[in-house]
Design a protein around this ligand. Sequence first.
Ligand SMILES: *[C@@H]1O[C@H](CO)[C@@H](O)[C@H](O)[C@H]1NC(C)=O
Ligand SMILES: *[C@@H]1O[C@H](CO)[C@@H](O)[C@H](O)[C@H]1NC(C)=O
Ligand SMILES: *[C@@H]1O[C@H](CO)[C@@H](O)[C@H](O)[C@H]1NC(C)=O
Ligand SMILES: *[C@@H]1O[C@H](CO)[C@@H](O)[C@H](O)[C@H]1NC(C)=O
Length: 429
Amino acid sequence: MTAKRCLGRRSRPLCSVLAVRFLALVLWGVLGARALDNGLAKTPIMGWLHWERFMCNVDCQEEPESCISEKLFMQMADLMDSDGWKHVGYEYLCIDDCWMATQRDNDGRLQADPKRFPGGIRRLADYVHSKGLKLGIYADVGNKTCAGFPGSFGYYDIDAQTFADWGVDLLKFDGCYCDSVAHLADGYKRMSLALNRTGRSIVYSCEWPLYMWPFQKPNYTEIREYCNYWRNFADIYDSWQSVKNILDWTSNQKGIIDVAGPGGWNDPDMLVIGNFGLSWDQQITQMALWAIMAAPLLMSNDLRNISPQAKALLQNKDVIAINQDPLGKQGYRLRKEDNIEVWERPLSNLAWAVAMVNLQESGGPRSYSTLVTSLGKGVACNPACLITQLLPVKSKLGFYTWTSVLKTRINPTGTILLLLENASHTHLN
Ligand SMILES: *[C@@H]1O[C@H](CO)[C@@H](O)[C@H](O)[C@H]1NC(C)=O
Ligand SMILES: *[C@@H]1O[C@H](CO)[C@@H](O)[C@H](O)[C@H]1NC(C)=O
Ligand SMILES: *[C@@H]1O[C@H](CO)[C@@H](O)[C@H](O)[C@H]1NC(C)=O
Ligand SMILES: *[C@@H]1O[C@H](CO)[C@@H](O)[C@H](O)[C@H]1NC(C)=O
């Protein structure tokens, strides 16, 4: 408790880094032990998910290039391999709703739509694996998927085994058509146990809290015991309003921050960078904040047709390194003043990531000055730190001491992403 009081914003140099370190260890000792024990998602998973960009397009006659079919996934697999995506960490190629045939087979097993997936999921999984990638699939805890295909209620064991037999590596489990909170919680737990019993390593993505919120506050400690990551908030759309809503919701939910950690993450939904709805500055904001939030990085875009600028942003290794930081602590909004938000995230090696977002939607770039002591619990720049701007463009800002003022300029709806590194060692040299 003493250590905790030291962490207040007005902390003194006396409050040693050791106390912070100790507290972090204690927290991780407790939380770390309770993550779903499948050895997966030690850092937020990275990949591609079809939903936001391709939705439930099943019309392969009219739109052969964008319907949900094995061809779409094979093309994305080729590009994830050849265009550098896999190299920077995007590994899971994920199918969302609308892959199924409308009926189960005679043995009660789910089957892929035979016209759109003529080779079946097993063959697709083999293909994806041959590219050094992993395959994700989608099902639903209730009686139907959200788009009306067969649900898994009553079939949890059969479906888990089917996915394992096919060589699937991740399951996104939706929560539509579920008639009670009891069925919801029970179903999410049963599927988690069923996946475990298959003996195959399968990342388990839940929407349990999202469907729980209208009825009662989700028990995140419990959810973390069963799921590798979980959606809390409505689907993302290709718009700034949608990104803003997600950030706004997250910044007001202090309770979800400490639950995240290796093995279990909050999922603010897909990256829509490279599509139609976000300006360049807004795409920077999404990338920076998804890194701060330790979010799964699941792109939903068309890798066959993406601008070099969006590709460079999504493949930015410095930003990905923040997202994937091994300490695995989720960042949070530190303050909001006059439409400027400051978010920060503790990183390994006593470093911090800081994002400054300008939410004002009129005027030009705005100046913003910060006392560096106000960042990183007062220790990030004590006695000095090296600050590097990572976004919108990389530039070394140099050394700052405890009493320095950091001056930035931020575009409307844009973000400045900074890395603060402990400079003592370098400083002494
Ligand atoms: C199943 O769970 C046990 C313990 O809960 C764990 O040791 C094991 O690795 C899990 N297996 C898989 C395939 O996730
Ligand atoms: C599925 O439908 C059956 C029959 O209507 C019903 O008894 C059951 O509660 C439903 N399950 C869910 C999870 O909604
Ligand atoms: C939440 O779940 C945990 C772990 O299952 C349990 O120990 C705790 O009592 C639950 N909390 C509440 C408020 O139900
Ligand atoms: C920075 O690192 C030095 C060792 O190189 C250590 O003595 C000092 O306490 C650290 N400062 C902070 C604020 O982490």
